[in-house]
Design a protein around this ligand. Sequence first.
Ligand code: ISE
Length: 339
Amino acid sequence: MPSQRALGVAVVGTGKMGADHVRRLQRVVSGARVTAVVDIETERAKTLADTIEGCAAYSEPAAAMAAENVDAVLVASPGPAHEAALLDALGRDLPVLCEKPLTPDAAAALRILDAEQKLGHRRIQVGFMRRYDTEYMKLKQLLDRGELGRTLMLHHRHRNPAMPPWFTEEMLINDSVVHEMDVTRWLLDQEITAVTVHKPAPSSYAPEGMSDPQFVLLETESGALVDVEIFGHCGYGYQVQAEAVCERGTVRIDDEHGPRLTADGRWGGRVAPDYLERFADAYDREVQAWVDATRRGETTGPSVWDGYASAAVCEAGVRSQREGRRVEVDLIERPAFYQ
Ligand code: ISE
């Protein structure tokens, strides 16, 4: 692929996340332009394509990938649609940035893992954007330096103001806690071995059929314990916090994202309304890193192995959520290809 010209990207899925990535590719990131948008909602795709010069609308990912001006694919459709699009892209040896979750279940993730290995080189980066967030990156650097000794525990809090109407109880694990699963594996550089989901008496604002909030306990290979509070309907804003408890100190990342105002005998700041705002910089950095690596002919960042491993942890989490007991994670041995 010529590295001089801008990377032509097909964005698959034009919902909240896909539309934000289209804006980012067009206006924020350098070295790329959106040449195709894909959605089964054809009118929505067409309306978006019409705002971008040289961009065409498609209803099928495969048709967009066959277009001459498409060099790479950004997959931002709902999780169940990922597998087919990823297999199409691998079939054409096209570089992909795939939003999380890679796939909603581990069996589908394994099929992608096999297909990429058969291709013989990495082509897929998984969109775990927290790895590109400044605060998480600093936390990782601190833990990696080792001055604080081993990490014994991680405490995570993950609060959303409200979930969309189609959001299910399983998605609290597959769509939300999947971030903490990936971040835990990345920060501690080890796999998660077991999951236990506890459900406190639900908030009276929890929708029908969803116990909200939930408390998820992860165990890791080295015996570290990791808790995650996931709250889908906290009402007041989007808040993500983490604390590492190490042998010689603790490290916390939390709410210092904007100016702190002091007036009228009070101090305080603003809580972001959603993840697009809270993690805007992380998304920008993630997509820029993907475009840059792709133009160099490389694939970097979270791999299909990371996507598969977190899908396997999610599967254990959803079982624990249903059965109310501790569930061990069923993980294949890591292939040498992903070492
Ligand atoms: C959403 O899909 C995301 O990926 C957000 O990052 C996460 O915080 C939120 O809980 C999910 O619903």
